[in-house]
Design a protein around this ligand. Structure first.
Ligand code: HEC
Ligand SMILES: [Cu+2]
Length: 425
């Protein structure tokens, strides 16, 4: 800097250095904030990136507006305080200012609406999907159906978390990894494929939300909502039900696992292999096919018979539906089904929660004839939902046997054939 006294030179240099420092600080702070865990996640899809960008874009516009407005306000409060300016100015009505403060917000709104509308249009474009998954919400679990692949299963709260959440369980939730954010079966999806989700519910309104995928919609009985995601990176993405759907609303987590395409194909082949076994068995049971007619299915695609045997694919015992099962096997399978399907209302101890949910300890239904017990499970009663559409014959037999031989009950075993005979009646 020529011709400047050393002192001026120093002052100028200091100012430049201070501005640079401040700039770096603001940039760093902004970066930290944008990536902070409490900010909205950037996610792993193009849409989620766009949504995140919109969120930050609107946020920074708000910051600038906030700084300007509060800046003018605080400056005015200070500079024109009464002790300095006892007599206020009397001017009013400035056309220029009025036009400016009409046009400026208008421009800001347009600047925000244009990219937002573009993103919304993209979000709603579910055409040309490579793969369709039908998601059905139940109190309190999710069902995933790979529509064109004939694969279907339920996803419920992982068992350790389910045990820990019970009243007086004595288990510290902090010792359970991903407490309430882990499921027994994950929704497996291939990366780089456009996946269309069809979302509905079997009972009340649920909401399917995975922040990293930027998908969130209500699952409404009788309606089908659509959304889609194309996941860029393999990984495990967690979400949860977002509509207050009853007392166990907090216990229906969502876990999506995105894997490479070959891994996905391999997994799918495994599922199909596992599904192949129970399918003919179910068809061979005449009663099972009648369910379609007997069940008042509000949405045609929700037809239960296809879903039920497929869902049991994970449980090998279910494959042998018509066969006679041993006592120990029934009780063992029944205990699992009870924990994931019944314990929410009747409690792990079978004590229920009076007065709404009756105890199964010393229950007349459990101690009574097998047929009444089975029918109650298949068809439900009052506040108890029907489990016929969700559980296979082997499942119902197992859970009934478990109830009849637990907590001091001793009322004998139930075989899948007995359940099959009562379905559709
Ligand atoms: C959403 C809560 C809920 C779930 C889940 C549930 N039940 Fe029930 N259950 C009830 C209610 C409510 C009743 C009482 C129905 C009535 O008599 O009005 C009941 C009654 C029963 C009874 C008869 C008890 C008695 O003495 O009257 C049996 C047996 C039974 N449930 C078995 C099961 C089995 C097996 C499952 C799991 C497959 C299950 N329940 C899941 C709510 C539930
Ligand atoms: Cu829900």
């Amino acid at each position: 800097m020529p011709n400047l006294s050393p002192r001026v030179n120093l002052v100028l240099r200091s100012i430049v250095a201070a501005l640079l420092g401040l700039g770096t600080f603001v940039a760093r702070a902004a970066d930290t904030m944008e990536n902070a865990y409490w900010n909205m996640p950037k996610g792993v899809t193009e849409i989620s990136h766009r949504v995140w960008w919109l969120h930050m874009y609107a946020f920074w516009i708000c910051v600038v507006i906030g700084v300007l407005v509060f800046g003018v306000m605080f400056y005015s409060l200070f500079a024109h305080r009464r002790s300095k300016h006892p007599v206020p100015a009397t001017f009013h009505e400035s056309t220029t200012v009025e036009i400016a403060w009409t046009i400026a917000p208008f421009i800001i709104l347009i600047a925000m609406a244009v990219p937002a509308a573009g993103t919304l249009i993209k979000m709603y474009d579910t055409r040309n999907a490579d793969l369709t998954i039908k998601i059905t919400g139940y109190q309190w679990k999710w069902q995933y159906e790979y529509v064109d692949q004939g694969v279907s299963f339920f996803s419920t709260l992982e068992s350790k978390a389910n045990a820990a959440r019970q009243l007086h369980s004595g288990i510290d939730p902090k010792t359970v990894p991903n407490y309430l954010h882990d499921a027994d079966n994950y929704l497996i999806l291939p990366v780089g494929k456009k996946v269309r989700f069809l979302l509905t519910s079997d009972d009340v309104i649920h909401g399917w939300w995975v922040p990293d995928l930027a998908v969130k919609k209500d699952a409404i009985p009788g309606y089908i909502n659509e959304m889609w995601a194309k996941i860029d990176e393999p990984g495990t993405y967690r979400g949860q039900c977002t509509v207050l759907c009853g007392r166990d609303h907090g216990f229906m987590p969502i876990v999506v696992k995105a894997v490479s395409e070959p891994e996905y194909e391999q997994w799918l082949a495994q599922q199909k292999g596992a599904n192949a076994a129970p399918a003919p068995a179910a068809a061979a049971t005449p009663a099972a096919t009648e369910v379609a007619g007997a069940e008042p299915a509000p949405i045609p695609a929700a037809s239960a018979p296809a879903a039920a045997p497929a869902a049991d694919a994970a449980k090998p015992a279910a494959a042998a539906a018509p066969a006679k099962l041993g006592h120990d096997e029934l009780v063992k399978n029944g205990e699992k089904i009870y924990a994931s399907t019944c314990a929410a209302c009747h409690q792990a101890t079978g004590q229920g929660m009076k007065p709404a949910f009756p105890a199964l300890v010393g229950s007349a239904v459990v101690a009574g004839p097998v047929d009444g017990h089975i029918t109650q499970i298949l068809k439900g009663k009052n506040a108890m939902p029907p489990f016929g559409p969700q559980l296979s014959d082997a499942d119902v037999a197992a859970v009934a046997t478990y109830e009849r031989n637990s907590w001091g009950n001793h009322s004998g075993d139930v075989q899948p054939a007995q359940v099959a005979a009562l379905r559709g009646k």
